[in-house]
Write a protein that binds this ligand. Structure first.
Ligand code: HEM
Length: 201
């Protein structure tokens, strides 16, 4: 795995105001939206490698600053040439495997939340800040358009947007937890656990 922290002159800055934490969201999908995700994922899965590559090439084209976060891609100028690289394919597959696990765990909210928080925590180590995450959902939808064609109805698109909004927001929480630890925030109970306890109380 490449090291995303090795840029010269790199300096970490706090991404949030710790005094104003955002609430930890819940994934409120209807049964129909859940079904649409499961059904459309079966089709996307058939082209999973292609979707992963297209998603990342589009991400780097529309937001070149994201490419700079990846140690292994930051020096690449020919984005179309990136499509032939095994490491981009592997990375796309990893990200889409996470999406697959998320769809499989929609009914298991605690497990889904914990694995997504963990992913956000690891992105702090990768120095990939939260304001970039939303772009991945947008590029995912663009990449699946030619795969789903007319099956990408407004309802299907909305269900995917919903899932990605949830993933991005919970990842952001995980990222911020790590950030607070590094910036000398309150130690002890993780903030995600405090939020769950507050919701239950
Ligand atoms: C919805 C948003 C995203 C998801 C679901 C996601 C998912 C993943 C997954 C599953 C991995 C594999 C390693 C692990 O599990 O920790 C990973 C690694 C990584 N991600 Fe993300 N990611 C997202 C957004 C981003 C963005 C926007 C960036 C950059 C701006 C980024 C940068 C990285 C980096 C640098 C690595 C490590 C790559 C390596 O060295 O192998 N991620 N991501």
């Amino acid at each position: 795995m490449g090291c995303a922290l090795s840029g010269l002159g790199w300096q970490r800055r706090a991404s949030v105001d710790p005094a104003k934490p955002e609430p930890l969201p819940t994934l409120n999908l209807s049964q129909e939206q859940h079904r649409l995700l499961v059904e459309s994922w079966k089709l996307i899965r058939e082209d999973i490698a292609k979707v992963g590559v297209i998603m990342f090439i589009r991400l780097f084209e529309t937001h070149p600053e994201c490419k700079d976060v990846f140690f292994m891609f930051r020096d690449v100028d020919d984005l179309r040439g990136l499509g032939a690289r095994k490491d981009l394919r592997t990375h796309g597959l990893r990200v889409l495997s996470f999406v697959e696990k998320s769809v499989a765990r929609i009914g298991q909210s605690a497990r889904l939340e914990e694995m997504t928080l963990d992913l956000g925590r690891s992105h702090y180590a990768y120095n990939a800040p939260p304001h970039y995450y939303q772009y991945v959902g947008t590029e995912f939808i663009s990449a699946v358009r030619p795969v789903l064609n007319e099956k990408l109805t407004p309802d299907v698109e909305e269900a995917w947007q919903h899932l990605f909004t949830y993933i991005c927001t919970v990842m952001k929480w995980g990222y911020q937890e790590e950030e607070r630890k590094s910036f000398g925030g309150r130690s002890g109970t993780p903030r995600s656990q405090q939020a769950r306890e507050a919701t239950v109380a």
